[in-house]
Ligand binder design. Structure first.
Ligand code: ACO
Length: 422
């Protein structure tokens, strides 16, 4: 059986045979047969926008791997910083490489004082932290003009280290500002998740980060580090393809993540569970979703048509966190919602399962994060994934992203002066 497809233009009888390579067919080969006829795929549901060697996602079978390593093994044995190294370098680091990477990241965690004092503190007192985060990533580009030299691998590496290192500092800064609390500087003696929690919560000198909570934070960072060509990462690649600097591209990616259909869903899940309010209301809520009145936030995924493997790990992590923080009272509503939906034919037929956002918000809330911070918590580690894709894109030397459209508007018509319009 040849590994190819044949497409025939019935208007002319011309055919073209296109090989199937790595599960894809080259659209250029089709285009040669069909000049001026475009492939209509508005949300890219059937389009591979790139080839990539970073993250493998098999949504039918619930598989997620970074550079070949199953997410379950990484979540159990690795750390976020090691995963970030893996995403960027393609291999797990040896001891010397891991030490050097950690040292580099640790020594780039500070942010410019002007950025914090003038830019970040200029926001309105009730600014949404994700809005602050998006803007601050973009503002970093003004501090590092050399970042525009995107063709130089050493310059790229420098910005990658900076962004991974500064993301938690910016995130903590957004939170402290929203609470009117003094900023806590990064502490180079602490590991990545502990440093972040310390910047978030320290008031005075007697605060110590609970290692169970630091590990839970690190597991969540690992689970969120990359997810191939999702909305935010696609934004990163599209903007990056114009050769914009990585800070501007990352701001675009973060803006994509902000939406409630994407990374903003974790915030919406807790709002939804709070609105449901009690165990007894779950059935009514689900009935409304089935009538199309609302969506169950944290359920469904464009790619996963099976249980999101990250959701399983988040659920297990939730129980570990609740041993320290006490159980989040919304957990019982979430469990009932999940159980009811998974046994309901509406959800079964549409293959709708909990996604990564379904339980993560419960953990964040139990740890004391305000709801507005949830998407920022998602964005901190996703910075590593965005940058891995950005770097890969530049190494692939891809052309600028520029899709076509099917024009459905008015045909040519002549301008009518205002006085002659009805
Ligand atoms: N609750 C109820 N019904 C749903 C849900 C949901 N959460 N998600 C999809 N459906 C239904 C749709 O109504 C549709 O039904 P129909 O065929 O009768 O019209 C069917 O399932 C298919 O839905 P689509 O919108 O075509 O699925 P799509 O792949 O475009 O959307 C998305 C995926 C955006 C994630 C969607 O499932 C959703 O809105 N979920 C809730 C928001 C959410 O949790 N987002 C986070 C995703 S994970 C992430 O980004 C990190």
């Amino acid at each position: 059986m040849p590994e190819s497809i044949t497409i025939t233009d019935n208007r002319t009888g011309n055919s073209v045979e296109v090989p199937i390579v790595d599960g894809g067919v080259d659209a250029n080969a089709w285009s040669k047969l069909l000049p001026g006829v475009w492939f209509f795929d508005p949300s890219f549901g059937a389009t591979a926008s790139t080839s990539s060697a970073i993250t493998e996602l098999d949504g039918d079978n619930g598989i997620l791997r970074y550079r070949g390593y199953p997410i379950e093994q990484l979540a159990e044995h690795s750390t976020y910083l090691e995963c970030a190294y893996l995403l960027h370098h393609g291999e797990l680091p040896n001891k010397a490489q891991a030490d050097a990477w950690e040292y580099d990241i640790t020594h780039h965690t500070f942010i410019h004082e002007q950025l914090r004092k003038r830019f970040m503190e200029g926001f309105h007192y009730d600014a949404h932290p994700m809005g602050m985060f998006v803007s601050t990533l973009g503002a970093l580009s003004t501090l590092y003009p050399e970042a525009k030299e995107i063709e130089d691998p050493a310059v790229r590496k420098q910005q990658i280290v900076r962004l991974i290192a500064k993301a938690p500092t910016i995130a903590a800064c957004c939170y402290r500002f929203s609470q009117g609390l003094p900023f806590v500087y990064p502490d180079n003696a602490l590991d990545f998740p502990t440093n972040f929690l310390n910047m978030m919560w320290r008031i005075g000198s007697d605060y110590e980060v609970d290692p169970v909570l630091a590990r839970a934070m690190d597991v969540l960072f690992m689970l969120h580090a990359d997810h191939e060509q999702n909305c935010g990462t696609t934004a990163m690649r599209v903007v990056g393809s114009s050769h914009a600097d990585p800070y501007s591209s990352a701001a675009a990616a973060a803006a994509g993540l902000y939406g409630p259909r994407h990374g903003g869903a974790n915030e919406q899940v807790v709002r939804m569970l709070t609105e449901i309010g009690s165990y007894d209301q779950v059935d009514d809520f689900i009935a409304g979703a089935k009538k199309g009145e609302r969506r169950i936030m944290g359920f469904g995924h464009r790619v996963y048509k099976n249980y999101d493997p990250r959701a399983k790990i988040v659920k297990e992590t939730a129980y570990k966190v609740f041993e320290i923080t006490g159980k989040n009272p919304l957990l019982d509503i979430a469990l009932k919602l999940e159980e009811t939906a998974l046994n309901d034919e509406y959800f079964v037929n549409r293959r709708l399962y909990p996604n990564v956002d379904f339980y993560s918000g419960l953990i964040y809330q139990a740890m004391g994060f305000p709801i507005e911070m949830f998407t920022v918590l998602f964005a901190i580690p996703r910075v590593a994934g965005w940058l891995a894709h950005w770097n890969e894109l530049l190494e692939q030397d891809q052309r600028i992203s520029r899709p076509r459209q099917i024009y459905t508007g008015e045909a040519r018509r002549d301008y009518v002066p205002l006085t002659q319009r009805g």
